[in-house]
Design a protein around this ligand. Sequence first.
Ligand SMILES: Cc1ncc(COP(=O)(O)O)c(C=O)c1O
Length: 364
Amino acid sequence: MTTEQLISFARGAPSLDIVDVEGLKAAAVRAFEADPAGITAYGTSVGYPPLRKWIADKHGVSVDQVLVTNGSLQADAFLFDYLVQSGDAVVVERPTYDRTLLNLRNKGGQVHQVTIQPDGVDTDELRKLLESGVRPKLAHIIPNYQNPAGVTLSLEKRRALLDLAGEYGFTIFEDDPYADIRFRGEALPSMLSMDDKGVVVHASSFTKTVCPGVRVGYLVGPATLIAGIAKRATNLYISPGMVAQAIVHEFCVSGDIDRSIQTVSTALGERASLLATALREHIPGVRFTEPDGGYFLWIELPEGVSADKVFTAAAERGVAVVKGSDFLLEGGEGALRLAFSAVTVDQIEEGVRRLAAAVEAVRG
Ligand SMILES: Cc1ncc(COP(=O)(O)O)c(C=O)c1O
């Protein structure tokens, strides 16, 4: 093991220098001053009412369509518990967020992975799957700056997915924590905002725009579904953490959130660009699609190089990456996910040099 400082391309979380700690401290003081009774009580399972309202306004929906949770992973878990029974078919992207795969498999879901292309999930492949008789309960889609592939679902494909969901009667689960972290191009409308059939349930989070430690995420969907999930949430934990939600609410209404999004997007845009340049320079034969936003870059290693072996060789050289195979039911042996969110600018070049040395060592 190296004595050098570990450089982590593994963590999908913002580095401390881009978290607005002072803004959060001030928001906490304002939250306790503004509503001491509200935030020190249990509260309600649908979340801190003023934050629930803020989220409803952001998405142009009514408040009874919003449930605020302890992070969006909990929103995912609630939805899976509510909709998916053991043996049900579900569609996810290939590759997809590893915890989604794990949670759906733990629920006993029959998971079908549909290929991701540079403009998002392959909707022709999905149509063929549906035509073959598979009837999924839901399709889990990460539309913007996908984790782990970094790609964005095109407008055309958003429309195609909505049509397929209407035609075949499944829920689109739009898992969208990265939407606001855009450093290039135009924002595309969410499928939630395009949906006129009530087939979309949307989740998002303050993890990637504020910080993960607040553990505040949310679900937006049809009011009946939200009410059903809220009932289960009451039985599970009475209510989510009101203090954290009130802090996030103050952070949002003061406009600090907009500055935070700007800070994170600018920093990550710079890091992504430096990472891409360093990869091209130091690892000949590596292939990737440069993301327009988000936290991740997915690389295909040069032909014949094992990602498993590179993972170990990289760890020995003090650089952490995630194996591509973690995001697939099978395959991915030649791919790695690199997060550029937790590394600072001065670590990127050195991190890629170490990774390049690991690739060389594996190539022999
Ligand atoms: C696609 C996706 N969904 C959900 C989550 C969970 O985020 P949270 O911290 O809001 O629970 C992540 C975190 O990396 C993610 O990438």
